[in-house]
Design a protein around this ligand. Structure first.
Ligand SMILES: Cc1cc2nc3c(=O)[nH]c(=O)nc-3n(C[C@H](O)[C@H](O)[C@H](O)COP(=O)(O)O)c2cc1C
Length: 371
């Protein structure tokens, strides 16, 4: 099989990417107590860069302490994080991979046991995963504080040497909570478009994302690559559809987004019945943005899977398989595709894969990890 489409170089702003492969952001719950990147996490990401993946995305990193959503989540919320951030960027960059810091705020998925403060969200609506506290609807000042924290976090990413950043606008976290009519019940300039005839439904609900992009651009300038990760649709009928996502992206992309990362668990399938058969949400977004690089993700394990995504979009991201396999690129290039590891069966193997200790238990929920 000819896999050359996966290995074509690409230009992103002034950056040359060596291929079309991306390591998807994956939380490892392995940060230090204070939110710094730990040595284990840095080694793990560096090892995947060494394999030859073109772009490595970090685990979600909270921009502000109030966004802390998982135990031992990494943060980029203060200058005290700069040392770990710099070592992380270096560990990736030295192998010729682009390093992308994913900047995040949990919103209603944050937990007061980590934040030591009230949980903040657009409206007092509980997280649909049902795991978090009832949040408090953010005041205007709190909204501005979080927007500012995204700008400052991006400034730190640049200072630390990351090639670029990704805004985490997906997976039900704060940016998505502002966009979704289910979680945003506000009637002010940050929401309230839903049932007002004649209004652009996304004018207000896109404002938080727009202001974040503006704050980031003010810190990092025009040449710094920015990815926006978005969940294309919500399964809940009260939620939004891929058509809505396209309308939102049409508003926010001109504020300075360089590539769109469509988050899904299965690239080829939509969650809602309004995705026409024969297509998928990522394709629908690609068709609406022919001029934008798009990253597809979800269920890619083998090079054949990767090729089927690459035929539709510019970049292919992989999550789980890159935790299980440190030599994915090498094996594809040498023709040993049947040797790609799809499970871990011994402690020794796990050690070779540099998977951080704390990730071991946690990752059992996601795939076979027998040790
Ligand atoms: C253990 C684990 C942690 C994850 N953490 C993040 C994260 O920090 N940020 C994010 O945007 N997505 C996160 N995801 C979603 C992945 O980026 C990816 O979209 C998903 O795993 C589907 O791709 P895959 O089938 O190749 O794993 C995580 C997924 C897993 C399995």
């Amino acid at each position: 099989m000819d896999y050359s489409l996966l290995f074509e170089p690409a230009d992103l702003k002034k950056i040359q990417l060596k291929n079309r492969l991306v390591m998807a952001p994956m939380t490892t719950i392995s940060g230090e107590e204070d939110g710094s990147f730990s040595e284990q996490e840095i080694q793990y990401l560096g090892q995947r860069a060494e394999d030859g993946i073109g772009m490595i995305m970090t685990p979600a990193c909270y921009s502000h302490k109030s966004g802390h959503a998982f135990q031992r989540q990494v943060g980029c919320h203060s200058d005290a994080m700069l040392n770990g951030l710099t070592r992380c960027a270096e560990a990736i960059n030295k192998h010729g991979a682009a390093s992308i810091l994913q900047i995040h705020h949990g919103g209603n998925a944050a937990k007061s046991e980590y934040t030591n403060s009230e949980v903040l969200a657009p409206s007092a609506v509980k997280n649909r995963r049902g795991t978090s506290d009832l949040p408090k609807a953010m005041t205007e000042d709190e909204i501005k504080m979080i927007i500012d924290s995204f700008g400052k976090a991006a400034g730190r990413a640049k200072k630390a040497g990351f090639t670029g950043i990704e805004i985490h606008g997906a997976n039900t976290y704060l940016l998505q909570q502002f966009f979704s009519p289910f979680t945003n019940r506000r009637r002010d300039q940050w929401g309230g478009d839903v049932d007002q005839p004649g209004r652009n439904l996304f004018e207000n609900r896109s404002r938080f994302a727009r202001e974040i992009i503006k704050a980031i651009r003010a810190e990092v300038g025009d040449d710094y690559p920015i990815s926006y990760r978005i969940s294309p649709e919500e399964s809940d009928p009260l939620g939004y559809s891929t058509k809505d996502t396209i309308a939102l992206l049409k508003i926010i992309v001109p504020y300075g987004i360089d590539f769109i990362h469509v988050s899904s668990w299965d690239y080829h399938k939509g969650l809602r019945s309004d995705v026409p058969s024969g297509t998928n949400p990522t394709m629908m977004i690609k068709n609406a943005f022919p001029y934008m690089p798009v990253i597809g993700v979800g269920g890619v394990m083998t090079p054949d899977d990767a090729l089927s995504v690459r035929k539709q979009v510019e970049f292919v991201a992989m999550g789980k398989v890159l935790m299980l396999e440190k030599d994915w690129v090498k094996k594809v290039k040498s023709g040993d595709t049947d040797k790609i590891r799809l499970a871990i069966t011994s402690e020794e193997e796990r050690n070779q894969l540099a998977i951080p200790d704390r990730m071991k238990e946690y990752s059992k929920h996601f795939f076979k990890l027998d040790t």
